[in-house]
Design a protein around this ligand. Structure first.
Ligand SMILES: Nc1ncnc2c1ncn2[C@@H]1O[C@H](COP(=O)(O)OP(=O)(O)OP(=O)(O)O)[C@@H](O)[C@H]1O
Length: 559
């Protein structure tokens, strides 16, 4: 343990923890807890003397919050109750001389939890002094923690548990952290987007999506639309979108929650809430999707034509099945094995130091994403025309009949595919991994799908699969076709009046972050680290710190 230097000490008092005497010291970065025993006092002395027998420390950057606590609220695990109960308990008389420090613990497998340490002071003034001093010190060393959040809760995403997850697990944590929140439970699709178009964003330090990838995508699109409008920039294939100043966070409450899995390593509302509270941030690549020169939307994780497009179109009709609808639709589409003809054109990455099959995973503090951010910062300020991909840029083309065409802006991890559909894809390298799966037998396609759930094998190691790391791509279906006829067929499919059959439809749809894009012709351009996401990146298992629980803590069970 490093010695506490005198000028580093901000406050030091003899306090009680678990009815035992402690000398508690607040330094500029830590709370130091020294178990002590009373020593015999020399005659005539005005001071109580202690012998220090054991020392523990809590880093202040791992403290969620501190507050004067009512005993019932800690004993009864009030945090597991709903917000109303929680507020009612707060109105009971407080035990004003006790304050509680809430701090995180990191268990293995990326899951974060927290503990509460009750500290008893002699009187209310001392307790108040401690609370204020700790808060001020945290604010000084962690100035980037958010203080005001706008929260959107989707009540129909996943298993429809968004409101419950927020009120039981997340809202109380934001309250402990002293974060002011405005909460909107969405009433319809595009409700969040419409609010973001009009509201005063300067009031908030972050926007939080409680839902799945679809809700996040809606919020991301609303925020980027708003930013572009405020900057007076039209969204064309040749314009570079402007990064919003405000970061976005996700509390997972959807069916797949792939963005959370990929950026934190686990779909867990408490871990995500703690990442938001600590203000951890990552730069996320965003793909701008256009059709025939017209802007359609932004995508942050995945674009899939063919198998994954058909799958999402089918699964939309089966929402009542919950998350299992994806397995059922996936099985059906596997059996039908539709194939689609088309031409894919793309501009490959010029950086040859990394590629989609190099096995280099995008983990916390990823060097590839860091380099991309530095390059982006250097190029900011260059004229926009210098950054536009020109028609003369090196476009490559692949024609064929495909089972699917997938573009991953990130690795797209999820419970079914722990390493992701494109394991070496990066969150912020400014590129997407383009996976072209040509027509093959069902057995071979199954071998590819099976490998995506296997951490050890290369799912792209087949002669019918081609992979490219690209910054821009286009898809044109072949032969040229009647868009209107296909759109009518797609409407019937979505309304449940028709099934997808290769004989009746020549084109698939695009699956864009779990939502359907009806138009087969697509032009996609990746924008490096366009938005900031509240997430810390995936910690490498084995490199995580092993938490030493101070023996003095109130030893609450993991929540
Ligand atoms: N009150 C609402 N009623 C209907 N649709 C809504 C409502 N609120 C949000 N939506 C829409 O619900 C859609 C699906 O939500 P979401 O993506 O969160 O859940 P999911 O599809 O179950 O999860 P995932 O995308 O992770 O697979 C989104 O497109 C969102 O715009």
């Amino acid at each position: 343990m490093a010695a506490v230097l005198p000028d580093d000490v901000l406050l030091q008092t003899s306090l009680e923890i678990d009815h035992k005497p402690y000398v508690v010291t607040l330094t500029r970065s830590q709370l130091v807890l020294e178990a002590s025993e009373s020593a015999p006092v020399s005659e005539g002395s005005n001071y109580e003397a202690f012998i220090r027998v054991k020392t523990d420390m809590i880093d202040l950057n791992e403290v969620i919050g501190v507050r004067v606590e009512h005993p019932a609220s800690s004993k009864d695990k009030t945090l597991n109750k709903d917000v109303n109960t929680y507020t009612a308990l707060e109105m009971l008389p407080l035990q004003l001389n006790v304050f509680t420090v809430y701090y995180i613990i990191k268990s293995n497998k990326h899951r974060w939890r927290y503990k509460a340490l009750n500290i008893t002071c002699r009187d209310h003034n001392t307790s108040q002094l401690w609370v204020e001093s700790i808060r001020k010190t945290i604010h000084n060393i962690c100035p980037n923690r958010p203080k005001r959040l706008l929260v959107f809760i989707n009540p129909i995403g996943g298993k429809k548990k968004g409101p419950k997850i927020y009120s039981e697990k997340v809202g109380p944590l934001f309250e402990i952290a002293g974060i002011y929140t405005e909460v909107i439970v969405t009433k319809r699709q595009f409700h969040a987007r419409d609010v973001l178009r009009e509201c005063d964003l300067s009031k908030y330090d972050g926007i939080i999506s409680v839902g799945g990838d679809g809700t996040f995508s809606e919020i991301l699109n609303g925020l980027l639309d708003r930013t572009m409008r405020d900057c007076g920039i039209a969204q064309t294939p040749h314009s570079d979108p402007v990064s919003p100043k405000i970061p976005v966070g996700i509390i997972p409450a959807g069916s797949t929650d792939s963005i959370v899995y990929t950026t934190i390593g686990i779909s867990d509302p408490v871990t995500s809430a703690l990442n938001i509270i600590f203000g951890n941030k990552l730069g996320l690549d965003v793909s701008a999707v256009h059709q025939r020169g017209e802007f359609l939307k932004y995508s942050v994780s995945f674009l899939g034509y063919g198998y994954y497009g058909d799958l999402v179109a089918d699964s939309e009709r089966l929402r009542w099945m919950g998350p299992k609808r994806y397995n059922w639709s996936g099985f059906k589409k596997f059996l039908s094995k539709n194939t689609y003809e088309g031409e894919v054109s793309f501009i490959s990455s010029t950086d040859t130091s990394h590629h989609p099959r190099d096995g280099n995973k995008c983990l916390k503090d990823c060097s590839i994403c860091k380099r991309a951010r530095e390059n982006k910062n250097q190029s900011t300020g260059k004229s926009i025309s210098a950054q536009i991909s020109k028609p003369t840029e090196n476009w490559q083309k692949v024609r064929g009949r495909f089972i699917c065409i997938n573009a991953h802006t990130m690795s797209c991890r999820c419970a079914l595919s722990p390493e992701g559909a494109s394991p070496s894809s990066h969150i912020g390298d400014g590129h997407a991994d383009l996976i072209l799966i040509s027509n093959c037998s069902r057995v071979n396609y199954f071998r590819h799908l099976y490998r995506s759930s296997d951490r050890t094998s290369d799912q792209f190691d087949f002669n019918f699969i081609q992979v490219f790391r690209v910054k821009e791509f286009r898809f044109d279906p072949l032969p040229e076709h009647d868009d209107d006829a296909d759109e009518q067929t797609m409407t019937k499919i979505k309304e449940g009046r028709s099934q997808l059959r290769p004989a009746t439809i020549r084109n698939s749809v695009w699956n864009c972050d779990g939502e359907i894009l009806d138009h087969p012709n697509l032009h996609v351009k990746v924008h490096c680290q366009l938005i900031q996401l509240f997430a810390g990146g995936i910690e490498e298992i084995g490199k995580e710190e092993v938490f030493q629980c101070p023996p003095c803590c109130s030893r609450k069970d993991d929540r």
